[in-house]
Unconditional design. Structure first.
Ligand code: 5RP
Length: 299
C-alpha cells in the first residue's frame, strides 16, 4: 500500500520561471521524436554536433579486410576515442564487449561480395534483431546510378520505416560504383535523394571541389567516409576540410585501422573532428603519440 504519511503539498513551482523547451541543434533533426533525438545525441556530441564514427563493417562484403583480421585484438583500444562504432551484427555479437558504452551503428544491408555486383543488396537484419542489439542507428547502402539503384532505395525506405516505428535513426551510406565519378554533382544528387527518402544522417565521400555545396544541399548531417588508405597527413587534411566545409563528422575506417599506429591516428582524427585542430596540428599530435607509445613499448 502507498505510504500517505507526512504527505505535503508541493511548494517549489518556480512560478516566475518559464518552463524551458530544450532545443535540439543537430541539423534538420529538431522535429524528431525524443527517442530518435536521444539516440542521435549519443552519436553526435551535443557540445559541437560532431561525431567520430569508427567504421569496421568492411567484412560484410570483402571478408577479412587488412587491419580487421582480428577485430577483438585491434579495435578495443580504439573504442575510447570514437563516438560510435559502425559494424555488422556478426562482429558486434562475436567480438565487442556488451559492456561497451559507445553507441552501435548497425549495418543492416548486405547480401553481396566483392566477387559480384556490389549494388545487389538486401535488408539483412530485422528491426527486432537491431532492437535486441540495442542499436543506436541503422546503416543501409544506397547506390544512386548503380545497377540496383531502385532496390537500394527500396532498402533505405524499408529500413527507415522500420526504424521510425521505434525511434531508431537511419544512416544512408552512398555507395559509389567504380564507373561513377565522385564529384560534387554526383554526391549532391546521391546525398539529397537519401535525405529526401527519410535518412536521418547521410554518409558520403569528400570531394576536392564544391564539397560545401554537397553539405549545404543535404538537409540532415553529413559524415564522410575516409576511403582508401592515404598518407596520414592527407587523411587528416581531408577530415579537416570536410568539417570546415560543412560535414558533421567522419565515419572513417581504413585510414584509422590500417594506419601503422591506429591508436595515435584515431586521436589525431578526433582532434580535428572535435578539437578544432588544423590538419598540421593533428599530424604533430599523431607523431607525438606514436613516438611516446613506441617509447613506452620499449621501457
Ligand atoms: C562500406 C562502408 C564502410 O563502412 C566505409 O566506406 C568505411 O569507411 P572507409 O572508407 O573510411 O574505410 O560504408 O560501404
Amino acid at each position: 500500500m502507498a505510504d500517505f504519511e507526512d504527505l505535503q503539498d508541493g511548494k517549489n513551482f518556480y512560478l516566475d520561471v518559464p518552463q524551458t523547451s530544450p532545443a535540439f541543434g543537430l541539423k534538420g533533426c529538431g522535429s524528431l521524436e525524443w527517442g530518435m533525438k536521444n539516440r542521435l545525441a549519443r552519436i553526435f556530441d551535443p557540445s559541437d554536433g560532431h561525431t567520430l564514427m569508427l567504421a569496421i563493417d568492411h567484412g560484410y562484403f570483402q571478408g577479412p579486410t587488412t587491419g580487421l583480421e582480428r577485430i577483438d585484438v585491434v579495435i578495443p583500444p580504439l573504442i575510447p576515442f570514437a563516438d560510435a562504432l559502425m559494424l555488422t551484427r556478426g562482429t558486434l555479437r562475436s567480438t565487442i564487449s556488451a559492456e561497451m558504452q559507445k553507441p552501435a551503428v548497425l549495418r543492416v544491408s548486405g547480401g553481396q561480395s566483392i566477387l559480384k555486383e556490389l549494388s545487389n543488396e538486401l535488408v539483412a537484419v530485422d528491426i527486432d534483431d537491431a532492437l535486441r542489439l540495442n542499436a543506436s542507428a541503422l546503416a543501409v547502402q544506397v547506390y544512386i546510378g548503380g545497377v540496383h539503384e531502385h532496390e537500394s532505395i527500396r532498402n533505405l525506405s524499408q529500413v527507415t520505416n522500420a526504424g521510425n516505428r521505434y525511434g531508431i535513426p537511419t544512416l544512408a551510406v552512398t555507395g559509389v560504383g567504380k564507373e561513377l565519378t565522385r564529384d560534387a554533382r554526383y554526391l549532391g544528387l546521391a546525398t539529397r535523394i537519401c535525405a529526401e527518402m527519410g535518412a536521418h544522417v547521410v554518409k558520403t565521400y569528400f570531394c576536392e571541389r564544391n564539397f560545401e555545396r554537397v553539405a549545404a544541399g543535404c538537409p540532415v548531417p553529413l559524415v564522410i567516409a575516409g576511403g582508401k588508405k592515404l598518407p596520414e597527413f592527407e587523411a587528416l587534411q581531408m577530415a579537416y576540410r570536410a568539417i570546415q566545409e560543412g560535414a558533421a563528422g567522419v565515419d572513417m575506417g581504413r585510414n584509422i585501422f590500417q594506419c601503422e599506429d591506429p591508436v595515435a591516428m584515431v586521436q589525431a582524427v578526433r582532434s580535428v573532428v572535435h578539437g578544432k585542430e588544423s590538419a598540421a596540428q593533428a599530424y604533430d599530435l599523431f607523431h607525438t603519440l606514436k613516438a611516446s607509445r613506441r617509447t613506452s613499448e620499449h621501457v
